[in-house]
Ligand binder design. Structure first.
Ligand code: ADP
Ligand code: ADP
Ligand code: ZN
Length: 215
């Protein structure tokens, strides 16, 4: 299965991708996670990316296409993959199309998660991530343990630098301007599957699995 999870910041892409990874045994490829790893490693690419990420702007197409192209050629992607947060622009989608032709792995589905703006803001402001294992939580909708720590490894939970109100506003705008047009792009290719992302995490997962099985 080769799929893209599309949706605005906070729609639940990462949450759903992690669950699909476990269910189907195919890797989640999150450009956001890969960029944050580069920022932590203070690589030249990470230093460059951090400025854009903190401002809620997109990192250059050239950088993200490069990391995805490399990632898709690794052994564990042979049986499929879940792209989470990529592509985010039409040029990225065009570049992906070429990469997938080169490796002979056509997409099966582009799943688009629909969530109201108010809910997105609530999800992003309450989002927390385990510093140690990267597991995601939400203070209200997917709460951590009673001790306020990660339920998997006991690690400390942190809030992402870009999950502050001002940056969230800009990320939403960037989504509408640069990423939302990808819905029409993939609809035209007959790949788009629209999912109601307002339901509980488990219900959204069930809808996605059903949509993928129907395909
Ligand atoms: P969210 O899922 O909350 O939208 P991500 O973790 O996917 O956040 O992305 C965080 C930030 O990383 C983005 O705001 C952007 O700066 C950068 N980023 C991630 N993926 C891409 C991409 N495909 N193209 C450009 N920038 C990206
Ligand atoms: P994205 O990767 O699209 O930015 P995440 O998967 O990180 O979104 O989800 C954003 C926040 O919302 C997280 O704190 C997550 O726990 C929470 N969340 C995800 N899906 C749902 C849902 N269906 N209902 C309520 N909260 C959710
Ligand atoms: Zn943890």
């Amino acid at each position: 299965m080769k799929i893209i999870l599309l949706g605005p910041p906070g729609a639940g892409k990462g949450t759903q991708a992690t669950m699909l990874e476990d269910k189907f045994g195919i890797p989640q490829i999150s450009t956001g996670d890969m960029l944050r790893a580069a920022v932590r490693a203070q690589s030249p690419m990470g230093v460059k990316a951090k400025e854009c990420m903190d401002a809620g702007e997109l990192v250059s197409d050239e950088i993200v296409v490069g990391i995805v192209r490399e990632r898709l050629q690794q052994e564990d992607c042979q049986g499929g993959f879940i792209l989470d947060g990529f592509p985010r622009t039409i040029p990225q989608a065009d570049a992906l199309k070429q990469v997938l032709i080169d490796i002979a792995k056509p997409l099966d589905s582009v799943v688009s998660l629909q969530v109201d703006t108010d809910a997105l803001v609530e999800r992003l402001t309450g989002r927390r991530t385990c510093r140690q294992c990267g597991k995601g939580f939400h203070l209200k909708f997917d709460p951590p343990g009673a001790d306020g720590r990660c339920t998997v490894c006991g690690g400390e939970l942190v809030q992402r630098d870009d999950d502050c109100e001002e940056t969230i506003r800009n990320r939403m705008q960037v989504y509408h301007q640069q990423t939302a047009p990808l819905e029409d792009y993939y609809r035209a290719e007959g790949l788009l599957q629209v999912i109601d992302g307002m339901a509980d995490i488990a219900d959204v997962q069930a809808s996605i699995v059903k949509a993928l099985q129907d395909k």
